[in-house]
Design a protein around this ligand. Structure first.
Ligand SMILES: *Cc1c(COP(=O)(O)O)cnc(C)c1O
Length: 362
C-alpha cells in the first residue's frame, strides 16, 4: 500500500504516460486522485496506451468532460442516507460504507465523490452511529460493507466491526464488497481469513474487470478465501474498450468460475461525472448475455443490471427469448436462434377473446 503510485512523476518512469494522460493528471485538481498498486502496474503492458487495465486506472482528459445526464451521486445515495456512510434503499438490507479508502482508484468509480478525500474516514464514532441505526431496525437482516474497500482496514479494526455486527441478532447475512484480492492480493493473509471466518455467514462480492486480473497471485488470494469457506460472487462494470467484447467477458466469467467466484452482477456503468468514454449502449450488455447463455456454463452468466439514476434501485435487464404467441402456443427463441413452440393455453376465462398473434420487435 505504501508503494502505491500517486502521481505522474512517480508513475512516469515505470509507465510512459501519453500526452493526454499527463494533461489529465495535471488538470485533475480535486477530482478522483491517482492510486495504483505495484501489483496492478505489473498487470499493465507499458507499451500499449489502450491496455484495458491501464484505461481503468490512469485518467484521460475525457474524464474532465461532463455529459448532461451525469451526476457526482448518480444513484442518489445521499437521498437514501440517514447517516453519513449508511445507505438504506431497500427494505431488508443496508449498505454500510465503512471507509472512503481504496487500494486503487478506478476511473469509473460510482463513489468518486467519497473515496480518497478523507471525508468518510473509518472512525469509530461514525461506525457506532451506523451500528446503532442497524441495531434499532430489526428489518435489516443483510448488511453489505463497502466504501472505499473494507479490506483496507487492519485485521483488528475489521475484527471489531464484524464482531459488533455479529452481536446484532437480526443481522443474518454480512457481505463485503472488495477489489482487494485482484489489486492487492498480498492483503489476503491467513490471519485475515481467520478474522473473516469468525463472522460467518459472510459472503464476498469481488469486483473484477478483466480476465488479465486473474494472475496466479490473485488466484492464490481467491483460493485462500474460498478455502476459508467464504462464498464469493463476482461483480463487473461493463466498460467501453475494456471488457465490452463478448470473448473478453466470457474469459472473465469463466476465469471467475475457475477461481470459485460465481459471476453475479454485470453492471451497466453508472452515470458518474466524467464517465461518458466508458459508457456502452445497453444493447451491448444484452448481446454479451446472449453470447454467454447456452454457449457456456450457466454458472458463468451474470445478471445484467442498471442501477436507476436518482435512487430507483437496481433493475435487471434480460435478452428477450419470448418472440411472440400463436394462439395457444408461445413462440420461444433458443440460444441458437431457432424458434420453438411451447404449448401454453391461456386460462379458460380468457378463451374465446380475440387473441391475435403478438408481433414483437424481433
Ligand atoms: C446494490 C445495493 C445493495 C445490494 O443489492 P443486492 O441486489 O441484494 O446485491 C444494497 N443496498 C444498496 C444501496 C445497493 O446499491
Amino acid at each position: 500500500m505504501r508503494h502505491r503510485f500517486r502521481s505522474a512523476s512517480a508513475l512516469g518512469p515505470f509507465l510512459p504516460l501519453t500526452a493526454d494522460e499527463r494533461e489529465a493528471l495535471d488538470r485533475a485538481g480535486d477530482r478522483l486522485s491517482l492510486g495504483i498498486t505495484p501489483h496492478v502496474l505489473s498487470l499493465i503492458d507499458p507499451d500499449d496506451p489502450a491496455d484495458p487495465i491501464r484505461r481503468t486506472m490512469v485518467p484521460q482528459t475525457a474524464e474532465l468532460a461532463t455529459a448532461p445526464w451525469e451526476r457526482d451521486d448518480p444513484l442518489g445515495e445521499e437521498g437514501h442516507s440517514p447517516l453519513p456512510g449508511l445507505v438504506h434503499t431497500y427494505p431488508d438490507k443496508a449498505l454500510f460504507l465503512v471507509t472512503d479508502f481504496c487500494a486503487v482508484y478506478c476511473r469509473y468509480c460510482t463513489r468518486a465523490r467519497l473515496v480518497g478525500d478523507g471525508g468518510m474516514g473509518a472512525d469509530r464514532r461514525r461506525w457506532e452511529a451506523c451500528l446503532d441505526y442497524i441495531r434499532a431496525r430489526p428489518a435489516i437482516r443483510d448488511v453489505l460493507l463497502s466504501g472505499g474497500d473494507p479490506l483496507t482496514l487492519s485485521d483488528e479494526r475489521l475484527d471489531w466491526l464484524l464482531k459488533a455486527l455479529r452481536a446484532i441478532p437480526h443481522v443474518d447475512l454480512i457481505r463485503i464488497g472488495t477489489k482487494i484480492p485482484l489489486v492487492l492480493p498480498q492483503r489476503i493473509t491467513p490471519a485475515l481469513v481467520r478474522v473473516l471466518r469468525r463472522a460467518h455467514p459472510l459472503w464476498f462480492s469481488v469486483h473484477a474487470t478483466h480476465p488479465r486480473e486473474l494472475v496466479p497471485e490473485a488466484a492464490r488470494a481467491l483460493a485462500r478465501l474460498a478455502d476459508g469457506g467464504i462464498p464469493m460472487c463476482g461483480q463487473t462494470v461493463l466498460l467501453q474498450g475494456v471488457n465490452d467484447d463478448p470473448e473478453v467477458m466470457k474469459a472473465l466469467m469463466l476465469g471467475l468460475i475457475r477461481n470459485r467466484v460465481k459471476p453475479y452482477y454485470l453492471h451497466q456503468c453508472d452515470l458518474i461525472t466524467g464517465s461518458a468514454h466508458f459508457k456502452t449502449p445497453v444493447e451491448a450488455g444484452l448481446r454479451i448475455l446472449e453470447a454467454l447463455h447456452g454457449h457456456t456454463t450457466g454458472y458463468a452468466v451474470p445478471h445484467f443490471m442498471i442501477d436507476a439514476p436518482g435512487g430507483g434501485g437496481k433493475i435487471p435487464l434480460s435478452p428477450e427469448y419470448v418472440v411472440g404467441r400463436d394462439r395457444d402456443d408461445l413462440l420461444l427463441r433458443n440460444y441458437r436462434g431457432e424458434t420453438t413452440r411451447y404449448p401454453d393455453p391461456l386460462p379458460v376465462a380468457e378463451r374465446g377473446r380475440a387473441r391475435p398473434a403478438i408481433e414483437t420487435s424481433r
